[in-house]
Ligand binder design. Structure first.
Ligand code: FAD
Ligand code: NAP
Length: 433
């Protein structure tokens, strides 16, 4: 604020000297006219000299007001281009944006309209205080986030350090946890993804395979704590096509079959949607289906296993994980360990769809499990420092919306509108596929 005011006093100060000169001249000329008229033409009434005197007064007042409008115009231009003022960053974006849009349009129109002097002045008062364009301060850890350091044309060539199956033998499908070297060259954050270019040629076009994205499953420090590795959690895609043939997904099978020591082409890092909240006291609700757990393992390692000078988690982390069978539960032991370490800061709820049902005998999907805590979840969602993250199967998004619609309606709130607001504030974050 100070900087805006300081800058706006410059032009006003210069005009003050002009005004003083004009005012003194007007008084002197008026005095001269009146004296001449009084001594030379005493018969003419004194007030008639005002006919000559008034134009000077008029000139004075016109210049006086135009100097104010000029000063305000300059101050508006300065404040609109300034984005470094400390006052600006402390204002809420909503209020400031309204002010800025008000200032830009009617302000200049009125300046050229000479008959509206007082309305211009009224606006100037508001304008002098109005901050310029306010950049929204993100509630997420966005500062310094790197994206697309490595692109498909020049990928980072990494090496597989470890690759292990983390689902039971009787699980429907296999999921693998794998660790790759980065030597610190891929500066990713919790919640980002990387691209993997599988070896080989796409038989459909004879060109190298395109990259596939994978959510990073390790914290920024990596599984070995030295910021030199990146980990993934990958489900091997195998399905039967319409002709009854078994089809294997190209990249997931390439990754799940990787042996330690093998080279892998990596791109990225990418993505900002799933970055963690800044507030270490936040409530973080994590909704995952299957390998959608990846970014949350990354969050939770940072929250529970690591010590950071600028981040010590002391809020509530609440994980909901949906999987088909108990043999497909991912990273269960790690979460149990975290819970032992900080029982007051972590809640974990599993939804095992092919083994559990709710009271009505319905399949236990993640949204079915969430519905058991509906009131509690809704109360948390009303808090300014609650952040929801959703990752995994696309279908889960609608299921979760359905339970939220009825909960919000009980409070007379339109869920879709409310969700929009939460999204805008970075409190509702979705990455489903
Ligand atoms: C941001 C993001 C993050 C992701 N993170 C992860 C992650 O952490 N872990 C993970 O495992 N995956 C993740 N994925 C998915 C991943 O990118 C790949 O899509 C997945 O591994 C399959 O790739 P693929 O090369 O093995 O299969 P592809 O060879 O690319 O084959 C996939 C194609 O097969 C077809 N197909 C698939 N299933 C069937 C079916 N049942 N019936 C008929 N046709 C079918 C579809 O056309 C589909 O597009 C993520 C995706 C995105 C966008
Ligand atoms: N960032 C991302 O975008 C990202 C990251 C990681 C993974 N993914 C994607 O997420 C998916 C995870 O699949 P997966 O094979 O790893 O999971 P999975 O092991 O098959 O588990 C998925 C679970 O979700 C259930 N489910 C199915 N339909 C659902 C619905 N409409 N609503 C709620 N739950 C539902 C499944 O139940 P049933 O099978 O019993 O019906 C199962 O319990 C993959 O498509 C993967 O590509 C995306």
């Amino acid at each position: 604020m100070e900087s805006i005011l300081e800058r706006s006093t410059g032009p006003v100060g210069v005009k003050k000297q002009h005004k003083f000169l004009i005012f003194t001249s007007a008084v002197a000329i008026g005095f001269l006219i009146s004296s001449i008229q009084f001594t030379k033409y005493p018969s003419i009434p004194f007030y008639s000299s005002l006919v000559v005197y008034l134009p000077f007064l008029f000139a004075f007042f016109t210049l006086h007001f135009s100097s104010i409008t000029m000063a305000a115009a300059v101050s508006a231009v300065v404040s609109l281009s300034s984005s470094k003022s400390t006052a600006i960053s402390t204002r809420t974006s909503l209020v400031s944006q309204e002010r800025v849009s008000f200032a830009k349009v009617p302000y200049y129109k009125n300046v050229s309209s000479s008959g509206k002097l007082f309305s211009i002045r009224a606006q100037i008062t508001t304008e002098a205080e109005a901050p310029a364009k306010v950049e929204k301060v993100s509630k997420k850890q966005e500062e310094g986030v790197v994206t697309n350091k490595y692109r498909p044309k020049e990928p980072y060539v990494s090496r597989c350090l470890l690759n292990t199956k983390i689902t039971g033998d009787d699980a429907p499908g296999e999921t693998w946890h794998m660790v790759f070297t980065t030597e610190g060259e891929i500066p990713y954050r919790e919640g980002q993804s990387i691209g993997v270019i599988p070896d080989g040629i796409d038989p459909k076009n004879g060109k190298p395979h395109k990259l596939r994205l994978y959510s990073i499953a390790s914290s920024a420090l990596g599984d070995f704590g030295d910021s030199k590795t990146v980990s993934l959690c990958v489900k091997r895609l195998v399905y039967t096509n319409d002709q009854g043939e078994e089809v294997k997904g190209v990249c997931s099978n390439f990754l799940c079959d990787l042996k330690p020591g093998a080279e892998v082409q990596i791109t990225g890092p990418v993505g900002k949607e799933m970055l963690m909240p800044k507030d270490p006291n936040a409530t973080v609700i994590m909704l995952a289906t299957g390998t959608g757990i990846a970014p949350f393992r990354s969050f939770m390692w940072k929250m529970f296993f690591e010590k950071h000078e600028d981040y010590q988690f002391n809020g509530l982390a609440w994980l909901f994980l949906g999987v088909p069978t108990s043999s497909s539960l991912l990273y269960k032991e790690e979460f149990e360990k975290m819970s032992e370490m900080k029982p007051d800061n972590l809640r974990v709820d599993f939804a095992v769809s092919r083994e559990q049902t709710n009271d009505k005998g319905e399949k236990m999907y993640i949204q079915t499990r969430m519905a058991q805590y509906d009131k509690e979840l809704w109360e948390l969602l009303k808090k300014d420092n609650t952040f929801v993250y959703m990752c995994g199967l696309k279908g889960m998004e609608k299921g979760i919306d359905d339970i939220m619609v009825s909960l919000a309606a009980e409070d007379g709130i339109d869920w879709m509108q409310y969700k929009k607001q939460l999204k805008k504030e970075g409190q509702w974050n979705v990455e489903v596929y």
